[in-house]
Design a protein around this ligand. Structure first.
Ligand code: EPU
Length: 423
């Protein structure tokens, strides 16, 4: 199994570009089944979750082909299967959002429930309840959600929590429903907005995406489109943390600056210099990191997907930082590995108290999810000696060419095949 070996201590310098957003691309790819016509999706990151999505779409009968490195054409002229199998859904929970578009297109869908997850229980009750309120008959059989509904009917609904996936799933189920749907307490994330933009370019009539209330007027049918995915705000934030932890000076091109307000504010509070220039976001750090307090929140609050990266950064801060995770109930697994690298972190429930230490020290480490894994790479960039990060397949799910991008900024980082490398 591949590993990533990082030899810490090099301040990152240079320029790097942000890829397309994984979490925007996945539901957008699922939305391609809403039309018989070809859909071109551009700026798609070449990451494993995207390949899994294409495999899922091909299983449904769609033809998928890459038009270049980052552009994909999906043509779902005919749907030949209504099933998203357990084998795929268990490897990528985001597959569950195919339920809404598949149901809207064909009147039925059979999608495996995703099961447990390393970062929390992550139920899908809100997805199912929303789809039921649109008039679909939904039952759970043999671990699959089976939904039927030849003609869905618009409804007014309230989400108990502003779930990103449930908002996307319900929005896609409702685009061709009869009449008007109102989703109240909808998720406001940029990835929801990008999906709404793509659906509108296919002929959907969605307004309010980005606010708490999304309104969808049912359209009779959707047509093909050509849509470019937004840049990845989480990759941009991860690169900012990497630049900052090494005391570097990095220009991050193509960063979605408007979507990073909460992140930029926290990094500035921690004494990281951030300048929004015409060429990109310039991130520098010349002084010791100041401690900060942060809570993860739904957008536009601080994203849970950057919590682990900030924890790695603050672990070498000059003082005591406090992080509270409010979105997922088990998202501190990286803290246990950071402790093995010499960090001083105490956890109680949803709160972690991080007492800054002068140095981290390299170690063999591994993580159980994507963002935890990247936080260990980030910690390794600043640690003494060698950090040997295992279970790299988590990173490959969502970061495109991570080690090449960091190496281009001067990091001593490489991917190796095989067993652990000890310093
Ligand atoms: N929730 C429910 N019931 C539901 C759905 C969600 O209780 O039916 C709860 C969840 O358990 C969680 C909260 O609502 O406590 C928020 O979950 P949400 O549904 O918003 O998350 P998601 O759609 O499953 C997406 C991203 C995650 C990101 C979260 C939060 C994708 C593919 N995934 O997940 O990204 O952390 O939103 O912003 O878009 C990642 O990229 O590493 C990642 C985990």
């Amino acid at each position: 199994m591949d590993r990533i070996i990082v030899e810490g201590g090099v301040p990152l310098k240079g320029e790097v570009s942000v890829s397309g957003s994984k979490n925007a691309a996945l539901p957008i790819l699922m939305a391609t089944v809403l039309t018989k016509e070809p859909v071109i999706v551009r700026n798609v990151p070449r990451v494993r979750d995207v390949f899994t999505s294409l495999q899922l779409l091909e299983g449904l009968g769609a033809q998928c082909r890459w038009l270049g490195d980052h552009d994909v054409e999906v043509h779902a002229a005919k749907i030949t299967s209504h099933e998203a199998p357990y084998e795929l859904v268990k490897t990528m929970r985001a597959s569950f959002v195919v339920l809404g578009p598949l149901l809207a297109r064909t009147g039925r869908a059979r999608v495996s429930t995703p099961g447990g997850c390393a970062i929390g229980a992550r139920p899908v009750n809100l997805h199912i309840s929303g789809i039921r309120q649109l008039g679909a008959r939904v039952q759970l059989r043999f671990g699959y959600v089976e939904a039927h509904g030849e003609r869905l009917v618009g409804a007014r609904m309230w989400l108990d929590a502003p779930s990103v996936g449930a908002t996307q799933n319900i929005m896609m189920a409702a685009v061709m429903a009869k009449g008007r749907t109102l989703i109240e307490n909808a998720a406001r994330e940029p990835e929801v907005q990008d999906l709404a933009k793509m659906l509108n370019s296919m002929g959907a009539r969605i307004s309010g995406a980005g606010s708490h209330v999304i309104e969808i007027e049912g359209a009779s049918h959707l047509h093909g489109t050509d849509h470019s995915v937004i840049p990845d705000r989480i990759e941009a934030g991860s690169l900012m943390a990497a630049a900052a932890i090494t005391g570097g000076d990095v220009l991050i091109r193509n960063a979605p600056v408007d979507q990073l307000d909460s992140v930029i504010a926290k990094l500035r509070e921690a004494a990281v210099q951030i300048e929004n220039t015409a060429a990109g976001l310039r991130v520098q750090r010349g002084v010791a990191l100041k401690p900060v307090e942060l809570r993860t929140l739904p957008y536009p609050g601080f994203p849970t997907d950057l919590q682990a990266q900030l924890m790695a950064l603050l672990s070498i801060g000059d003082g005591t930082s406090i992080i509270t995770e409010t979105i997922f109930e088990n998202r501190f697994m990286h803290a246990l590995e950071l402790l093995r690298m010499g960090a001083d972190i105490a956890m109680k429930g949803a709160t972690a108290v991080i007492r800054g230490v002068p140095h981290l020290s390299g170690a063999p480490v591994m993580a159980t999810d994507l963002r935890a894994s990247v936080s260990l790479v980030i910690a390794g960039l600043a640690a003494d000696d060698v950090t040997d990060v295992g279970r790299v397949y988590h990173l490959d799910r969502g970061y495109e060419a991570l080690e090449q991008k960091l190496a281009s900024l001067g990091a001593r980082i490489e991917r190796v095949k095989g067993t652990s490398v000890q310093p």
